[in-house]
Design a protein around this ligand. Structure first.
Ligand code: IMP
Length: 199
């Protein structure tokens, strides 16, 4: 089976391919099948956005399509920036600017509790949908630390490790991350789905 990844991110292609190829699913990019689908992430939840993206690419290609949506949810910001994580502070900010804004907005806050969330969704041409959610709890640091990773990694602190995500190697991060957890669950869901349709 071939599945189109609703993303242009090569890191996501690698992660998805590693898991899905073991199940005989070949993951390809939109460009490999000649489409470039621009989906507006208008959903109110990670589940809705992941599904919007996967469904749009499935409809454009007629092939199974897979998407993910992720973000950072901070308790003191009522779960924000959440689905707006990539757009927090507007289009002029880069990752460093968004981290700085987050720290500013949390100044004086005693509660630093937060979590990363990731939802992976596969839409099949016959309407079947498989979706799984992974989370990673942590806190927001008082200053950025570490050079690895991307996005909010320098300010996302794992108390048990006494390190931010940006101070972990990619392998260490994958073991505990929201995306790693969502993909582990997704693998199990996909396994039982494929076993069901192959019966
Ligand atoms: P999307 O899932 O591509 O829509 O982007 C979600 C946004 O959430 C990213 O642009 C990052 O700002 C943030 N984000 C999601 N996962 C991570 C992560 O593992 N580390 C740091 N930031 C993340």
């Amino acid at each position: 089976m071939k599945a189109v990844l609703a993303s242009k991110n090569p890191n996501k292609l690698r992660e998805m391919s590693e898991i899905l190829s073991a199940r005989g699913v070949e993951v390809v990019l939109e460009s490999d099948v000649g489409v470039d689908v621009d989906v507006e992430e208008t959903g109110a939840t990670f589940e809705e956005n992941a599904r919007l993206k996967a469904k749009a690419v499935m409809q454009a290609t007629g092939l199974p399509a897979i998407a993910d949506d992720s973000g950072l949810c901070v308790d003191a910001l009522n779960g924000g920036p959440g689905v707006y994580s990539a757009r927090y502070g507007g289009p002029d900010l880069d990752d460093r600017g968004r981290c700085r804004l987050l720290l500013q907005n949390l100044q004086g806050q005693i509660s630093r509790k937060a979590k990363f969330v990731s939802v992976v969704c596969l839409c099949m041409p016959d309407g079947d949908v498989i979706s799984s959610r992974g989370e990673c709890p942590g806190t927001i640091a008082f200053a950025p630390q570490g050079e690895n990773g991307f996005g909010y990694d320098p300010v996302f602190f794992i108390p048990a490790l006494r390190k931010t995500f940006a101070q972990l190697t990619a392998e260490e991060k994958n073991k505990i991350s929201h995306r790693g957890n969502a993909l582990k669950k997704f693998q199990i869901e996909l396994e039982s789905y494929l076993n069901g349709i192959n019966k």
